[in-house]
Design a protein around this ligand. Structure first.
Ligand SMILES: Cc1cc2nc3c(=O)[nH]c(=O)nc-3n(C[C@H](O)[C@H](O)[C@H](O)COP(=O)(O)OP(=O)(O)OC[C@H]3O[C@@H](n4cnc5c(N)ncnc54)[C@H](O)[C@@H]3O)c2cc1C
Length: 379
């Protein structure tokens, strides 16, 4: 049986980062997981939450823990890009806009404090409309980070991490793991590997697939994202997270990004609630779908409201999944002498995946990541 110091399950954003940190420390590591499916509608799973062209990145957050995770990662983006030869960071600027409406004052207070910490610009709704064309509520409290914020290409960032991990000696195995016991990992073709330490970084599947000895306390939500194909000139704008007039929650918007098929798509997401996914079958059915019809239509209406001057020729929706933990922070913890869990992006894990991967490697090597303890359901 092939033996490694570490086996990392999941070639996603956290797993690829963790594999790089472990490999660059000199240990032997296998990074295991399937490639992105060529055809989502017929793929049986597993899927991933990073199969898209853009994710927002920013240091300003209503929560200082998330700010620190992002800031540590953003500081290393250029180094990872340069060493891997793969660019993924687009610092087009990042805007966040809260409101002192009944349910949102905690969010907005945290946001204002964070804007001050990171020296973000403060703007009025009128300035924003004039400079970027966003139609925000008049009472919006706006923070704008012109530098070190914008969007990352998550596919490219994942690939960059993997390139560096392989350069440091990691082995990539393009298979799904079907069983896991005491440092022994079984692959879909029946092969078994042995590891001193297994890091499980399988995103929402850590809850739904039953591979772990205990079930992480996570709400895995079926989420819908809406896209509009930009028809006229491509407008230049920062990323935006905001609270509309009639919604007691925040929405997010990605500026026009050129997708692999050549289309320029502007994207909007954010839902107060959506169905929960508890099994692999539910995950597969959801990811194979085109998201929720009503949720997609509602998002397109919000998009029309917030960028009234952008012309588009077509819209469509897609499905994704987000995993919210009981603590509100990622789970980066030992489950046993030979197993570490690294999951729980809480809808914000892409931008900070490098720091999360580093913390995963610390815990896997016997260290601590205080504040990122895992909570499990009772069986
Ligand atoms: C619509 C949407 C928008 C988002 N927007 C943002 C944003 O703007 N900014 C931000 O920071 N974050 C954002 N996020 C969150 C971010 O994408 C996630 O937090 C991040 O992808 C989580 O990384 P991960 O490595 O935990 O999981 P994933 O990226 O999902 O990777 C998990 C990997 O595990 C693999 N896997 C699963 N089961 C197995 C198995 N049995 N064997 C082997 N491999 C397995 C999968 O194939 C997958 O590649 C968004 C998420 C969604 C869904």
């Amino acid at each position: 049986m092939e033996t490694y110091d570490f086996v990392v399950l999941g070639r996603g954003l956290m797993g690829s980062a963790c594999a790089r940190w472990v490999a660059e420390s000199g240990a032997t590591v296998a990074l295991i997981g399937p490639d992105e499916p060529a055809d989502r509608a017929s793929h049986a799973g597993p899927f991933a939450s990073h199969h898209d062209a853009a994710r927002i990145t920013r240091r300003v957050s209503h929560d200082p823990v998330w700010s620190d995770l992002s800031a540590a990662s953003i500081e290393r983006y250029r180094d990872i890009e340069q060493r891997s030869g793969l660019p993924f960071f687009h610092p087009v600027g990042g805007m966040m806009a809260g409101r002192y409406s009944p349910g949102m004052s905690g969010f907005t207070k945290g946001l204002e404090k964070s804007a001050e910490t990171w020296g973000a610009e403060r703007m009025t709704a009128e300035d924003v409309r004039h400079r970027y064309g966003f139609a925000l509520p008049d009472d919006a409290v706006v923070s704008y980070e012109p530098n070190d914020a914008g969007w990352i290409d998550p596919r490219a960032m994942r690939e960059a991490q993997e390139i560096l991990a392989v350069r440091a000696g990691a082995t990539v195995i393009r298979q799904t793991v079907t069983a896991l016991q005491d440092g022994t990992v079984t692959l879909a073709d029946g092969t078994q590997l042995s590891a001193g330490q297994v890091v499980v970084a399988t995103g929402g599947y850590a809850r739904t697939d039953g591979l772990l000895p205990a079930r992480p306390a996570m709400r895995v939500y079926a989420r819908t994202v809406a896209f509009a194909e930009v028809a006229g000139p491509i407008p230049q704008m920062p990323t935006l997270i905001w609270v509309p007039e009639d919604v007691e929650d925040d929405l997010y918007l990605l500026p026009p990004v050129k997708y692999p098929d050549g289309r320029w798509l502007i994207k909007i997401g954010g839902e107060i609630d959506s169905p929960r996914l508890e099994t692999n079958t539910q995950m597969t059915e959801w990811f194979q779908s085109a998201g929720g019809t009503e949720a997609g239509a509602r998002l397109v209406q919000h998009l029309r409201d917030v960028v009234p001057d952008v012309e588009w020729s077509a819209t469509h929706a897609e499905a994704c999944a987000v995993s919210f933990t009981a603590t509100g922070y990622p789970y980066i913890a030992r489950m046993s002498d030979r197993m570490t869990i690294l999951t729980g992006g809480n809808g914000a894990g892409a931008k900070c995946a490098d720091e999360l991967g580093r913390l995963g490697s610390v815990v896997a090597r016997g260290g601590d990541a205080p504040g990122f303890e895992a909570v499990f359901d009772d069986r």
